[in-house]
Design a protein around this ligand. Structure first.
Ligand code: ADP
Ligand code: CA
Length: 419
């Protein structure tokens, strides 16, 4: 502790100004006495105007890395971390340039690009769906005749299930292909943005594994069940409950499968968030990301007994001891509140009633009133989050459902814009 006080640690935390993920990292850093330099995604003119010491453009990695190297030469940093998917590759590139511990940039890239990930998983023999890569300029009728059904159509670089659509036959495929095409065309062009992946649909029960890699070794921090069926055509996340109710041997298989997947991608350091489907053939990797759980969901986790997930991540990053990787006793859950319809959010009622449901810890509505709501597959947000705790997972799940039933969202339909 005294060594720490004499030589305070400093990290660069890469984030977009709109992220929810920064706050718990900043709180944990405050507790640990770690100084955080925010590496914010913004053009240099804005950074100057707002007097942001480290404004970076995430879509211009070479300049962004150079800016971090220049910064770190004057003001040394122990680690460079990304709070979410938007900058995992940039964090790896900058860490490489400065010789700091981090995943390699190849591994970070493999965990960000769904095609690259499938290639590496398949090559390593890790169970993962069969896939084919196409371009939006390809003829959908030809692709429709080539793929097997049911299939899943997805973009390579988005997250949060955006643009992920199931198709059961060529007619559905045609609709899905065009819908994804419109979404990609509406977004800023990035390399690979016109490519799409088509995978076999893997039936089964879905779980999410939150873990940390420590010199390549996987520590499982939590396994979440996703009790609502995720069978498509769109794949909106809703309830996460931990600990998992799956039998122990299956949980062990899930952990082993995730560890092989991380190794196949070359991930060795820091947080990972993996999603798997489990069926009679065992676990299958949907994806492994080199980051921690998204949104406000990390609030569900505490370790031995009070440390947050972000505290663990920061401790590892600056080389502080981690007292316990074990999660606290009892069950915890979160519901990402789904968007019921597209339109303008006019009013939210029932929040107090939802908070009164036994087992509910908090209800946070994050959607803004009078802002358009966009459901999946185009949208990229939730209405908010409900948190619950209890002694048993069943109880937590029931509390989340009961609290959600108290909420009412008044959504005014917007007239479609003619295109
Ligand atoms: P994202 O990175 O946008 O979250 P994913 O590849 O994780 O995209 O897909 C989002 C969700 O879609 C998954 O959590 C899963 O429910 C579903 N999904 C994706 N690929 C498949 C597949 N091949 N088979 C079955 N379900 C899938
Ligand atoms: Ca996912």
């Amino acid at each position: 502790m005294t060594a720490q006080a004499e030589k305070p640690s400093r990290v660069i935390l890469l984030m977009k100004a709109t992220t929810y993920r920064a706050r718990p990292f900043l709180e944990a850093a405050g507790l640990l006495g770690i100084e955080v330099v925010k590496g914010l995604d913004m053009p240099p003119e804005l950074a100057e105007y707002w007097q942001v010491p480290l404004g970076l453009q995430f879509d211009q990695p070479e300049q962004a890395v150079q800016a971090m190297v220049n910064f770190a030469c004057k003001t040394p940093v122990q680690a460079i971390l990304a709070v979410d998917d938007s900058a995992t590759v940039l964090a790896a590139l900058a860490s490489e340039a400065l010789g700091l511990a981090h995943n390699s940039s190849e591994a970070a890239l493999a965990a960000r690009n769904k095609h690259h990930m499938r290639q590496l998983l398949t090559a390593a023999g890790v169970p993962s769906p069969k896939f084919r890569l196409y371009d939006m300029s390809d003829d959908p009728a030809r692709i429709a005749a080539e793929v097997e059904y049911p299939c899943v159509v997805k973009p390579l670089l988005l997250s949060g299930s955006r643009g992920v659509i199931r198709a059961d036959n060529p007619a559905e495929f045609d609709v899905a292909f065009r819908r994804l095409g419109r979404l990609l065309a509406s977004m800023q062009r990035a390399p690979g943005s016109t490519q799409i992946l088509i995978e076999d649909f893997i039936p089964g029960f879905e779980v999410a594994l939150e873990g940390m890699l420590d010199q390549g070794e996987l520590k499982v921090l939590a396994l979440f069940d996703k009790p609502d069926p995720l069978d498509g055509p769109f794949f909106e996340e809703t309830i996460y409950v931990t600990p998992s109710r799956l039998p122990d041997p299956i949980q062990a298989e899930i952990a082993a499968c995730t560890a092989s997947a991380a190794a196949a991608l070359g991930l060795r350091h820091g947080p990972i968030h993996a999603e798997l489907r489990v069926n009679e053939a065992g676990p299958w990797i949907v994806e492994v990301a080199g980051r921690s759980i998204g949104g406000l969901c990390s609030q569900t986790l505490r370790f031995g007994p009070k440390a947050s997930l972000e505290e663990l991540i920061l401790r590892q990053a600056v080389g502080l001891e981690i007292d316990s990787w074990r999660g606290e006793e009892g069950a915890r859950g979160v519901m990402m509140i789904p968007i019921p319809a597209s339109g303008l959010l006019k009013r939210v009622t029932g929040v107090e009633a939802a908070r009164q449901v036994p087992g509910i810890e908090s209800v946070e509505i994050t959607a803004q009133l009078y802002q358009p709501l966009v459901p999946l597959p185009e949208g990229e947000s939730y209405l908010g989050f409900i948190f619950a705790r209890g002694t048993q997972p069943d109880e937590v799940e029931a509390a989340l459902r009961q609290a959600h039933a108290q909420l009412h969202f008044e959504v005014e339909t917007l007239l479609p814009v003619l295109q």
